[in-house]
Design a protein around this ligand. Structure first.
Ligand SMILES: *Cc1c(COP(=O)(O)O)cnc(C)c1O
Length: 680
């Protein structure tokens, strides 16, 4: 494998030996001005930008003070200038200072995410615009539940939703159909709930529409979407209409009702259909009345546990969350997906959604979103419909790497120019495939370097979001023109979303960040490039370390890094037992693991730890990994799973030439492995 091979840029290519390619020069860091600009983007590992941040925060506070002072300058102060001499006043100040100091002391036990010594979980330093904008907005305390309470920050949130929608390739223009929509949530978990709630609403809608039509004597209406009359359509057919066809089916029936009985019948039909929806009757009665088998949701084995929570929450049941196999790259196995879909079609089990993960929480791997949407099209044509939701809580922002400032996609060759391996064909196609998903979860508080809480939900078709507010889906009194569908009102955000009161300061924080660093390869993409350069550098150096330790330990990167998560397994030479290797890995990781009550200062570097289930290790490629490590495969089942050292490379300074954090980490790792081997 040569650097930037125009073929597959896989970091590990198991089909070609050697497993690690010999590498050349240190990766090129983009030479344009933004490299310098990033020096102003973070507070910095030793608070280098303290003055800048202080100035911005003080400025935000002063500006807020002027606002209050100038609101009604004629109002007399209610807190007199002498108040500070009163005993109660002084006591309150003292208590406040005391509590704040205690909190500040407790906070020193936090994980030092700002430090390049921290390469563990998915957190890092924060972008200054996001931090200051959040503090700035908090002083005003906007509540984005509605326009009244959110003020200008609600429009800012709408814009942030649109920015993220454009980032993934959705169309947000007013003239677009479908037109995308997005908003912020407290995090990826809630965005996933929201995705599933919307999908359930739209996927089960046609059954309610057909019932209302039959009840109102409209059963003989012929529907283009169904390809038959309403009467002739089976429940199975109605359950397999697909997202946009379901919405069009509703328009068809509203129009037919209007045609037959004018605005009154159209209104009556609409109201009857709303009453028949699962959101009104509940899952029990809906299933009983229509004889619907429990609908399922398909996720890869690697899915985040929020999907199980979502199934519990929505009453769908975790029994109906089916796991699709992942391959040895920890990406969804699309052949297994197809096999599962066959079985489900056979059993007449409706599939609400297939969830693809763009950036698994454990390994940072990207499911083949392009192929999942392809399967959706093929199945839809064959009468089995489902929505595709992408859980891109981690990897969503990677889409900036393939997006030109003008909104078009960058070619893979061009994206790959500044990298040694990124993006592999799979990664590139998955990122481009995002634009075909029905809805997507993205976490600005992960790869967006924005303070918690900031998750986001985006949908390709805002009308789906509109289904969650039943109060005014149509205007019926519209003369001869017929009923008109009401657009989602951004001013009433709280009506469509799961949350009620929600921080406008999140919107301010995300917006400021996106404005300073646009969501394309010349803005945000450059920041993420740095994290990928670090990952490629680490990957190559682990190979060199592997060479140096030859004869005493075997090193293996078990999963091809799709982005900036790099895993490592180390096995002492001569050991062939998986349990023994796990014990060694535990010890190795112990010295890098933050635990409650343990001071981060006692750790030279901080990583994180995960495991690969035994069945995954016993797949064909997994066996290859075991073989290289010298592990007998029949020792794996007893071990249960294989422990893995996990590095998340988000910190922007890992390749800094003065402090060389990542190079020092490699030295640290080598020392640690050597000393553990000597102890043994
Ligand atoms: C982090 C993560 C979530 C959950 O997001 P929160 O913001 O922690 O609620 C969901 N899915 C994936 C893939 C994630 O990485």
């Amino acid at each position: 494998m040569s650097a930037n091979d125009p073929g597959d840029h896989s970091m590990t290519d198991r089909h070609r030996a050697p497993r690690y390619a010999a590498t050349g020069a240190i990766p090129r860091v983009p030479a344009d001005g933004l490299d310098g600009a990033f020096k102003a983007a973070f507070l910095g590992p030793v608070a280098e930008n303290a003055e800048l941040v202080e100035r911005l925060i003080v400025d935000a506070l002063r500006d807020h003070v002027y606002w209050r002072r100038n609101f009604h300058p004629e109002d007399p102060p209610v807190i007199g200038t002498g108040a500070k001499n009163e005993e109660g006043y002084q006591k309150f100040v003292a208590r406040t200072e005391h509590v704040l100091r205690r909190l500040a002391a407790d906070l020193k036990g936090s994980a030092p995410w700002f430090s390049p010594r921290y390469i563990g979980h998915m957190a890092s330093d924060l972008l200054i615009p996001g931090v200051v904008a959040r503090i700035l907005a908090t002083l005003y305390n906007p509540n984005n539940v509605s326009a009244d309470a959110g003020g200008a920050m609600l429009a800012v949130e709408t814009e942030v939703g649109a920015q993220l929608a454009r980032m993934v390739g959705f169309d947000t223009r007013a003239s677009a159909s479908p037109r995308a929509w997005g908003h912020l949530t407290s995090g990826g978990t809630v965005a996933n709930y929201e995705g599933l709630r919307q999908i359930r609403a739209v996927r089960l809608l046609p059954v309610a529409l057909a019932k209302a039509a039959r009840d109102l004597g409209l059963g003989t209406v012929t529907s283009e979407m169904l390809g038959s009359t309403v009467e002739a359509a089976s429940t199975w057919r109605l359950l397999n209409l697909g997202v946009s066809a379901s919405l069009r089916f509703r328009s068809e029936l509203v129009a037919a009702a209007f045609h037959v009985g004018g605005a009154p019948l159209a209104r009556e039909f609409h109201q009857a259909s709303e009453k028949a929806r699962v959101e009104q009757v509940g899952l029990f009665d809906f299933a009983r009345e229509h004889g619907v088998e429990p609908p399922v949701v398909l996720v890869p084995h690697s899915a985040h546990y929020s999907w199980a929570k979502a199934m519990r929450l929505l009453g769908l049941g975790t029994n109906n969350l089916l796991a699709v196999d992942t391959d040895a790259h920890m990406r969804m196995d699309v052949d297994h997906l197809s096999a599962l879909l066959d079985e489900l079609a056979e059993a007449k089990r409706p599939v609400l959604a297939v969830v693809g993960v763009l950036g698994t929480t454990e390994f940072g791997t990207l499911d083949p979103i392009d192929r999942i949407v392809e399967v959706r099209e093929i199945r839809h044509a064959a009468g089995q419909a489902f929505a595709v939701h992408v859980d891109a809580a981690w990897g969503g922002y990677l889409a900036t790497l393939v997006r030109e400032p003008d909104g078009s996609f960058a070619a893979r060759e061009s994206v790959g120019e500044s990298f040694r391996y990124f993006p592999s064909t799979n990664v590139y196609n998955a990122l481009v495939g995002l634009s075909q998903a029905d809805s997507i979860t993205i976490d600005p508080h992960k790869l967006g370097f924005i303070p918690y809480p900031a998750g986001a939900f985006v949908t390709r078709d805002r009308r789906v979001a509109g289904l969650l507010d039943a109060t005014a889906a149509y205007v019926f009194d519209n003369g001869d023109a017929g009923p008109v569908e009401v657009e989602v009102h951004d001013a009433d955000l709280g009506r469509y979303v799961l949350e009620g009161s929600k921080p406008g300061s999140s919107a301010a924080s995300v917006f400021a960040t996106h404005e300073v660093l646009p969501l394309d390869r010349e803005g945000f993409g450059l920041l993420l490039s740095r994290t990928l350069h670090s990952s490629e550098w680490l990957f190559d150096e682990l190979h060199r370390l592997s060479d140096r330790l030859k004869g005493i330990a075997r090193l293996q990167v078990p999963i091809e890094p799709d982005c900036n998560v790099v895993c490592l397994i180390v096995n002492p030479e001569g050991n062939s037992s998986a349990s023994e290797m796990n014990a060694f890995m535990r010890e190795l990781v112990e010295g890098m693991r933050l635990r409650p009550g343990k001071s981060a200062r006692d750790l030279e570097f901080m990583g994180s730890f995960t495991s690969i289930p035994a069945d995954r290790m016993l797949s064909q490629d997994g066996l290859c990994v075991l073989d290289t490590l010298g592990i007998e495969s029949d020792t794996v089942p007893a071990a249960g799973s294989i422990f893995v050292l996990r590095h998340t490379l988000m910190n922007p300074w890992l390749l800094n030439e003065t402090s060389r954090p990542l190079a020092r980490y490699i030295e640290f790792l080598e020392r640690r492995i050597q000393s553990l081997l000597h102890q043994a």
